[in-house]
Design a protein around this ligand. Structure first.
Ligand code: ADP
Ligand code: MG
Ligand code: MG
Length: 241
């Protein structure tokens, strides 16, 4: 059963076509990975699905979540429908303890168990509950806390935009466990990543290149196509320059 469908979604920002007709369907309970070169429009697509960063409405096309057209809905309205995103602006939560942060995240989750959320992401509650969400956390700890907040929220749908970047090899394996935990909780996941291990955890994957989904298939096939795509190579190079 499709939970999210994008139908011919286009987005122009200041005369620049960033998304050029995206078609994508994500099924209930699926872990779907998005691959694509730097600048392809992956983060823009994530923002548009979530309605954040000033992007709530495509220039044309439909974003359908649970059979509802969500074009133009606010982030709060979307959250009420069960859509969420790994926090992109943890600055808003600076100064809160991790305990409070997770309590706020999980305020609508009747089964909230904060210790369990922290343990699932490899953080000892005894050490971390009273720590503050601020610069005293390392980048890796911060990402773990973000993931714990998703487990606390237990949304129907989560978008993870390169949440693995900057995490070391050993914790990638922990992260695979967290993804599994999310799936067990019934969370459908859209995950933007280039990490091979995480990619192999996906049920399906899509290649986003130059503002379009050019293929959806199994993760192996998509990875191969990405590596062989000449357009991707050129775009990635241009963006890195
Ligand atoms: P990715 O996440 O795949 O690396 P992005 O979605 O961040 O790509 O960016 C896609 C393209 O859109 C890039 O060329 C980027 O410069 C451009 N872009 C992103 N946000 C804006 C914006 N607010 N205004 C203008 N251009 C933008
Ligand atoms: Mg980028
Ligand atoms: Mg990005």
């Amino acid at each position: 059963i499709p939970v999210l469908a994008l139908n011919d979604v286009k987005l122009k920002v200041e005369d620049k076509e960033i998304l050029r007709g995206v078609n994508l369907t994500i099924n209930k309970g699926e872990l779907h990975a998005i691959l694509g070169p730097n600048g392809a429009g992956k983060s823009t697509l994530a923002s548009l699905i979530m309605g954040i960063n000033g992007l709530s409405e495509p220039t044309s096309g439909e974003i359908i979540f649970k059979d509802k057209l969500i074009n133009g809905l606010s982030i709060y309205e979307r959250a009420r429908l069960g859509l969420t995103l790994a926090w992109q602006e943890p600055a808003r939560f600076e100064g809160l303890t991790i305990e409070d942060y997770l309590k706020i995240s999980g305020k609508n989750n009747p089964d909230l168990d904060i210790d369990k959320c922290l343990e699932a992401v490899g953080l000892d509650p005894k050490v971390y509950l009273k720590r503050f969400v601020d610069e005293s956390l390392s980048g890796g700890e911060r990402k773990r806390v973000e993931l714990a907040s998703i487990l606390a929220m237990k949304p129907d749908f989560a978008v993870l935009d390169e949440i693995d970047s900057g995490i070391d090899f050993t914790s990638i394996e922990d992260f695979q466990g967290v993804l599994q935990e999310m799936k067990n909780d019934g969370i459908t996941i859209l995950m933007i990543t280039h990490n091979e291990k995480l990619l192999s955890s996906a049920d399906r994957a899509s290649l986003l290149c130059n503002g379009k989904v050019i293929k959806t298939s199994d993760p192996e096939t998509i990875k191969k196509q990405f590596e062989e795509c000449k357009v991707c190579e050129v775009l990635d190079f241009e963006q890195k320059e």
